[in-house]
Write a new protein. Structure first.
Length: 461
């Protein structure tokens, strides 16, 4: 949240590998991060990098709710290969080489692109001292609470349930509803008082206008309409019977590198599209990352903490040892970061038409501040963890060919698919923590190893 407050995220972790290809120096990429939410559902999307170990450093964050659709362009920046870096610093002094190697390490760590999807309802129930799933059917109450958090920064202590834990869910919901209604009533009274003061100030500055208005109303035989009773002074929040809560992720801590890399559940169907999608459903939240795939099902064992920043270094060591010039290609570390032109499609209300706008830098800053205020309220300034989160780490490399596809195939007499297969196998092995025999389908194992005999000795050692 700030220099003195941190938040703990609990939930599933995913490590994704992405292999791009570039021919004849064409490094253009058309990738997008698309986030959308269903009606009456809200989640927080945070984009950033891994600072060190298990510390997530968000650079951008925003709240997605009520059929919002956010499109964020993703920019890919290519870094030099390990061999190119060694050749570039070969003539430098020892001190200069030490500095450049340290800077290189920072560059590799910055290639770890991360995003977190944080469901709001789960944390909202926890901070209000309500059982899991208690707010599932109370949509209006949930919207009012979020409004108080976002627009008025009301402390959660003024809204939460205080009483016996043995009390029924209906009594707990009713208590929270009364707290919300009291705060809304107070806000409405304060608004009416401010409006009355502004009216008096206007009449004092413009006495002629006030006299003319009174005379006009008297001549028409009309009077000022009575103040209407606000809708929230008579709470009518639903108290339906408790429904089963959302499916909670097992295991709050990270898993071992070998186990977690190999057994995370699939995030999307196998399709190498150029979109990354973060989506949410009412209960439970589902995230669709359409570009990257994860294989297997997780049982989330409680073991050591993962350090995702070590994976790029491991990949660089693999590719450096496999630096073969027969296809005149090289594997380059790739840094992914958010572009500047963000678009948001939003409806002002249920019946309004969808409007698409481009977010300015000031609006991005405002969205991040609003998000931090909400997370501060949901965690009581970092005291409570955020449960049910989904954390995704994406590591990308680019197979760069010096020639075009046809020149590589005809002039160099080499098949670029062989190089791409080799790079994909190395990436998958590093992420999944398995040998090539365990990773590859039996139908293709012998062919791929015969085309790339060097990867067997390296990866299966």
């Amino acid at each position: 949240l700030n220099a003195s407050k941190t938040i703990e995220l609990e939930g599933q972790q995913y490590l994704h590998g992405y292999v791009a290809q570039s021919f004849c120096g064409d490094n253009r990429r058309n990738m997008q991060l698309v986030a959308r939410a269903r009606q009456f559902s809200t989640f927080v999307l945070m984009i950033g990098t891994i600072a060190e170990g298990n510390q997530f450093q968000p650079k951008h964050s925003l709240i997605v709710s009520n059929k919002d659709r956010i499109i964020i362009p993703l920019i890919c920046e290519l870094l030099p290969s390990a061999k190119e870096f060694r050749d570039a610093i070969d003539s430098l002094s020892p001190e200069q080489q030490r500095f450049t190697r340290a800077y290189r390490q920072l560059q590799l760590e910055s290639t770890v692109f991360a995003l977190a999807v944080i469901p709001v309802k789960n944390s909202l129930e926890a901070v209000l001292n309500l059982p899991d799933g208690a707010l599932t059917k109370h949509i209006k109450l949930t919207q009012d609470i979020l409004k108080l958090f976002l627009e008025y920064q009301i402390p959660s202590d003024l809204l939460s349930y205080v009483g016996s834990e043995a009390s029924s869910i209906e009594n707990k919901i009713e208590s929270v509803s009364n707290n919300v209604s009291n705060i809304l009533t107070m806000i409405q009274e304060e608004k009416e008082l401010n409006l009355k003061e502004r009216k008096q100030e206007h009449e004092f500055v413009n006495p002629e206008a006030a006299v003319e208005l009174a005379a006009s109303l008297e001549s028409q035989g009309s009077c000022m309409p009575p103040a209407q009773v606000p809708y929230f002074q008579s709470p009518v929040y639903s108290t339906m019977s408790h429904q089963p809560g959302p499916i909670r992720f097992k295991g709050a801590s990270s898993t071992s590198a070998r186990r977690s890399f190999a057994t995370f559940p699939p995030v999307a169907n196998v399709s190498m599209t150029k979109h990354v999608v973060a989506d949410t459903m009412d209960d439970p939240i589902e995230d669709a990352i359409e570009t990257f795939e994860s294989i297997g099902e997780s049982d989330f064992e409680e073991t050591e903490v993962l350090d995702f920043t070590r994976v790029p270094k491991k990949l660089e060591q693999y590719f450096d040892r496999l630096d073969i010039k027969r296809n005149r290609s090289k594997v380059l570390p790739t840094k992914i970061f958010a572009g500047k032109s963000w678009s948001r499609s939003r409806k002002k209300n249920l019946l309004a038409k969808e409007e698409t706008t481009t977010l300015t830098e000031d609006e991005k800053t405002s969205e991040k501040s609003k998000t931090m205020d909400l997370l501060d309220a949901l965690t009581r300034s970092g005291e409570l963890p955020l449960k049910g989160c989904s954390f995704h780490v994406i590591i990308a490399v680019t197979q760069s060919f010096e020639q075009t596809v046809m020149d590589t195939l005809i002039k160099s007499n080499s098949n670029p698919i062989v190089s791409l297969e080799r790079t994909s196998v190395v990436m998958a092995t590093a992420i999944q923590g398995k040998t090539t025999k365990e990773m590859l389908n039996k139908r293709f194992h012998d062919r791929i190893l015969s085309d790339n005999p060097e990867i067997a000795s390296l990866l299966d050692a």
